[in-house]
Write a new protein. Structure first.
Length: 88
């Protein structure tokens, strides 16, 4: 029973982590704040499960999250640069 929970729970945590990074990489302030909350929940859940089992899903998660994080950074950087140009 617990093995099934850990096996499938890792994929739920993976999806939560990816969703949180999409929210955090948003240009909208309110969406980013929701992303921070979801990131905390996903990371805490992941840490709790990772204590019990070495999960391959987290390797996949880290690769995907790295891509999403850099994509979000460039989106926010571009939006910030456009705002700076608009105010001048």
């Amino acid at each position: 029973m617990i093995e099934n929970f850990l096996q499938y729970g890792q994929w739920v945590i993976l999806i939560l982590s990816i969703m949180s990074l999409y929210l955090v990489s948003s240009v909208k302030h309110e969406t980013r704040l929701n992303g921070y909350i979801l990131t905390g929940v996903a990371r805490f859940s992941g840490a709790a499960v990772f204590i019990f089992v070495d999960l391959f899903a987290f390797v996949i998660a880290n690769l995907i999250q790295t891509y999403i994080a850099f994509q979000g950074y460039y989106k926010n950087k571009k939006a910030g640069d456009e705002q700076t140009l608009d105010t001048k």
